[in-house]
Design a protein around this ligand. Structure first.
Ligand code: ZN
Ligand code: ZN
Length: 421
């Protein structure tokens, strides 16, 4: 008798077929939910609406002569099947909700005590219509990753505007600022272009965007892929979204800058299910001087180490994008680089630089001068609030650089000026 034709075998085959169909259906349902939930939950994280629509005063076009790019710009390995990804081993394992929960239970995210971060009231140049234009870049740190850049060309650029008290989804309470808000959009003399590095709440703040659009209706936003839709839901259409290594010339009232969207090692998330549905980036801004803005980025992942142990591993893989940026867009007159939000290192080193990582990144991108950012504004990690500036000086000395005068830390609200080299 043919065993395949027995009733038991036929029943087993039918049961197996039924189970595999159920598994296929479940997988299809999971894939559909994974694709659809970000869109369904997006309105929850889009409040409040921005009332006025912006009409860009900027002309945005591809440069006639394109800059060189590395092979990675063609391979586009950061484009996953339906999400973006970091295509390098230097990012380490991602921080899943389960790992984060265990890490919190173990006390790895203990909040540091209060600290007094130096601040000073910001002072800006005359409006850009002043004649003649300034011959230097004036960079003013407004906290976190927000810099107001008055370029020698007269172009006024704002990075990751954070000009409100909030740093959280609209339905949740915001952590308090460590330092008071240095100024609001109303205090700025003018803004032509805003560059956004990614969607996290400490970098993309809806209240700040609303205030900027209302105060400067001609402002133009440059964003990484996927974020144009976030602006469009508020009626803000003066937005250009770019992929890594894309570049655009932006001209406002005769003042022109060349902007490159560049890689960074990070991730994005704004709602419950939208992990990495929008891209993250760093930027170069060239308008009389050349500035590198790191956004949020890691440099080299290190696994968890016992407290007090130096966990830096110079043989661990580093993100190769920064050497490529230095080769193809450097050297830079000024680099704005994050030095905070690195503790616990075993969880955050893949996505945030600590001061030693920041110095290595500074060298890779071929920057002549640096300014530190992403510390002393909100307490979002476990290191003592005043530790990043101290560790930056140690790291500079470790690399044979002067502790001050090259890669500096300034008070929130302070300005520094840089002449083009
Ligand atoms: Zn971030
Ligand atoms: Zn951040």
């Amino acid at each position: 008798m043919n065993p395949l034709a027995s009733p038991q075998t036929r029943r087993a085959v039918r049961a197996w077929s039924c189970r595999s169909q159920q598994r296929a259906l479940a997988a299809a349902a999971r894939a559909w939910l994974w694709r659809t939930l970000p869109a369904l939950t997006r309105p929850l994280f889009a409040w409040p609406p921005i009332a006025p629509g912006a009409t860009s005063a900027a002309a945005v076009y591809e440069p006639a002569v394109r800059s060189s790019t590395p092979v990675s710009a063609v391979l586009r390995e950061h484009h996953g099947r339906d999400r973006f990804r970091n295509p390098w081993p230097s990012v380490g394992p991602s921080l899943t909700p389960g790992v984060l929960f265990k890490s919190v239970i173990k006390g790895e995210w203990a909040r540091p005590g209060p600290a007094v971060v130096p601040t000073e009231p910001p002072a800006f140049l005359a409006p850009a219509t002043a004649d003649p234009p300034p011959d230097k870049l004036r960079a003013t740190w407004l906290g976190q990753a927000c810099f107001y850049l008055e370029m020698p060309s007269g172009l006024r650029v704002l990075t990751d505007p954070q000009l409100s008290e909030r740093c959280a989804p609209p339905l949740l309470p915001s952590p308090p600022r460590v330092t008071p808000l240095p100024c609001t959009a109303a205090d700025l003399p003018g803004v032509d272009v805003v560059v956004i590095s990614h969607s996290h709440y400490d970098h993309l703040d809806v209240n700040s965007i609303a205030a900027l659009v209302e105060r400067f209706p001609g402002v133009h936003f440059l964003v990484p892929l996927g974020l144009e839709r976030w602006f469009a839901q508020f009626g803000v259409t003066s937005v250009t979204e770019l992929d890594w290594w894309d570049e655009r010339e932006v001209s406002v009232g005769g003042r022109t800058g060349l902007f490159s969207c560049l890689p960074a090692q990070h991730e994005t998330k704004r709602g419950l299910f939208d992990n990495n549905t929008t891209l993250w980036s760093s930027w170069s801004i060239d308008s009389g001087v050349r500035v590198y803005f790191s956004g949020d980025t890691g440099y080299s992942y290190v696994p968890p180490a016992p407290p007090g142990v130096d966990d830096h591993d110079m043989s661990a893989p580093v993100c190769p994008a920064f050497a490529e940026i230095g080769e193809h867009r450097g050297p830079f007159d000024l680099a704005l680089i994050g030095i905070g939000a690195y503790q616990p290192r075993g969880r955050l080193s893949g996505v945030h630089c600590d001061p030693l990582d920041a110095v290595r990144l500074f060298r890779d991108v071929r920057a002549r001068r640096g300014l530190a950012m992403h510390w002393g504004t909100w307490t979002l990690s476990a290191e003592p609030t005043l530790e990043p500036p101290r560790k930056l000086q140690d790291a500079l000395v470790q690399f044979g650089m002067p502790p001050t005068g090259v890669f500096d830390v300034v008070p929130v609200g302070a300005s520094r000026e840089y002449a083009p080299v």
